[in-house]
Design a protein around this ligand. Structure first.
Ligand code: AMP
Ligand code: MG
Length: 307
């Protein structure tokens, strides 16, 4: 997943070995998910789905299918701001930025238009997924060049699954974090809930907000660590699937949700939608809240519409 995963357990009365076993099992589950969904690994299920674009359907595991199914639901509810078929656009912008992330020219308008033709998770002419009578599940990218990218949602799913494993192993107080996507159960020692700081863009030692979460998830999408500079302009790694443009940089969205998959996908979507867009759709996501932080380019001013 190209990130660090941290598992914290607060069970002072439990045996060390039991805790170690629980942690090992949770990491094993995360690796399974990574192996299925990584686009860095050319043998992953998702890579196979992509390599068969325009050719044929590919049978996938319950994990990949579950994430894709959820991703489609969220695409619908965010009016297409979250779209896992953004792959061709992600590649286009990555190419323009080059290996070092610093490029000279943004993608040509024509190339963006051509890539946009290959995007549309809600368009059944382009994207299909279903269960067959015998229970086998498949994904079919119908046009050559299409690519799914689960980078905006798979980490959240992995965190949810890791928490499930921990619960099964009798752990009741824990926090799992994968690259800014967090889910916590129970409590942290004498502290009632788990404290989570939303970090300030300007440095590790500063934060905007301290949240306290319990049996909840919180995910942050931002370009703190990722993003490009092309032609002197800063761009985020998040793409607006409606225009094909990479978002302007210095943006960060934090979403609280009951489960981490939803928090992860929504944090990415809120970056695309902005405050106004989120206001229009937020009723569709009960028990979710967002904190959107926007920065001006010289980091001097921060606007924090909170709720
Ligand atoms: P996150 O860090 O969770 O916001 O995920 C960002 C990653 O999701 C990017 O690196 C892309 O791989 C992918 N992505 C970019 N834009 C979108 C989008 N609009 N919808 C879904 N996934 C996206
Ligand atoms: Mg995300």
């Amino acid at each position: 997943m190209g990130t660090l995963v941290t598992i914290m357990i607060c069970e002072p009365d439990k045996d060390d070995n039991a805790i170690r076993t629980a942690i090992d099992s949770a990491f094993k589950r995360i690796s399974e998910i990574d192996e299925a969904m990584s686009t860095y690994n050319i043998e992953s299920e998702v890579s196979r789905v992509n390599s068969m674009a325009g050719i044929k359907k590919v049978y996938v595991s319950d994990d990949t299918y579950a994430v894709v199914e959820k991703a489609c639901e969220i695409a619908g509810k965010t009016d297409g701001a979250f779209d896992i078929t953004v792959g061709p656009l992600v590649e286009l912008w990555k190419k323009a930025a080059g290996e070092a992330g610093i490029g000279e020219y943004p993608p040509e308008k024509d190339s963006i238009a051509a890539a946009l033709e290959l995007v549309g998770v809600l368009d059944r002419e382009k994207f299909e997924f279903d269960k067959e009578d015998d229970g086998k599940k498949y994904i079919h990218l119908k046009k050559k060049g299409m690519r799914i990218d689960l980078g905006g949602i798979a980490k959240g799913y992995a965190v949810d699954e890791a928490i499930k494993v921990l619960l099964k192993q009798g752990i009741e107080n824990a926090l799992v974090e994968a690259g800014g996507d967090i889910r916590a159960i129970g409590k942290q020692g004498f502290s009632k809930d788990w404290p989570v700081d939303v970090r300030h863009y300007a440095g590790f030692d500063r934060y905007f907000e301290r949240l306290f979460i319990k049996d909840q998830s919180v995910a942050t999408s931002s370009d703190y660590e990722r993003g490009y500079v092309i032609g002197g302009v800063q761009y985020s790694h998040i793409i607006d699937p409606r225009t094909g443009e990479a978002l302007p940089r210095l943006l960060s969205a934090t979403v609280v949700a009951p489960d981490c998959l939803t928090a992860d996908a929504l944090a990415t979507a809120v970056c695309v939608l902005g405050s106004e867009g989120w206001e229009k759709i937020k009723e569709r996501f009960p028990r979710c809240a967002r904190l959107l932080v926007c920065y001006d380019t010289d980091l001097k001013r921060a606007l924090i519409p909170n709720e």
